[in-house]
Ligand binder design. Structure first.
Ligand code: SF4
Ligand code: SF4
Length: 83
C-alpha cells in the first residue's frame, strides 16, 4: 500500500529527504506522494521512514492503493532495474 499525505500537512519539507525512492514532492498547498514510487520503504527500511519525521502526523497508509508485500518488493526491484 502506498502512503499518502493528508490536508493537515504544514509543508515543512522534513519528509522529503527521508524518502529513499524520491516519491515525495513539494506541491501546493500540501506535499504529495507518488504511489507509483512509494514502496512503504520495503527494500530500504523495516518501517516507512517518512512517518516518524512528520511533526503533524500527516502521512498515512492509502487504502485506495492496496498492495501486498510481494507487490511492493517487485516495485522496489523494478525501480532498481531502472536506476
Ligand atoms: Fe518514501 Fe518510504 Fe514514505 Fe513511501 S514510505 S513515501 S518510500 S519514505
Ligand atoms: Fe507535510 Fe509532514 Fe512532510 Fe512536513 S513531514 S512536508 S508536514 S507530510
Amino acid at each position: 500500500m502506498a502512503l499518502k499525505i493528508i490536508d493537515s500537512c504544514i509543508a515543512c519539507d522534513a519528509c522529503v529527504i527521508e524518502c529513499p525512492t524520491g516519491a515525495i514532492e513539494a506541491s501546493d498547498p500540501i506535499y504529495v506522494i507518488d504511489p507509483l514510487l512509494c514502496t512503504e520503504c520495503i527494500g530500504y527500511h523495516k518501517q516507512p521512514s517518512c512517518i516518524p519525521v512528520c511533526p503533524v502526523d500527516s502521512i498515512i497508509l492509502d487504502p485506495d492503493c492496496y498492495e501486498d508485500k510481494k507487490e511492493l518488493l517487485l516495485k522496489f526491484q523494478n525501480s532498481k532495474k531502472g536506476a
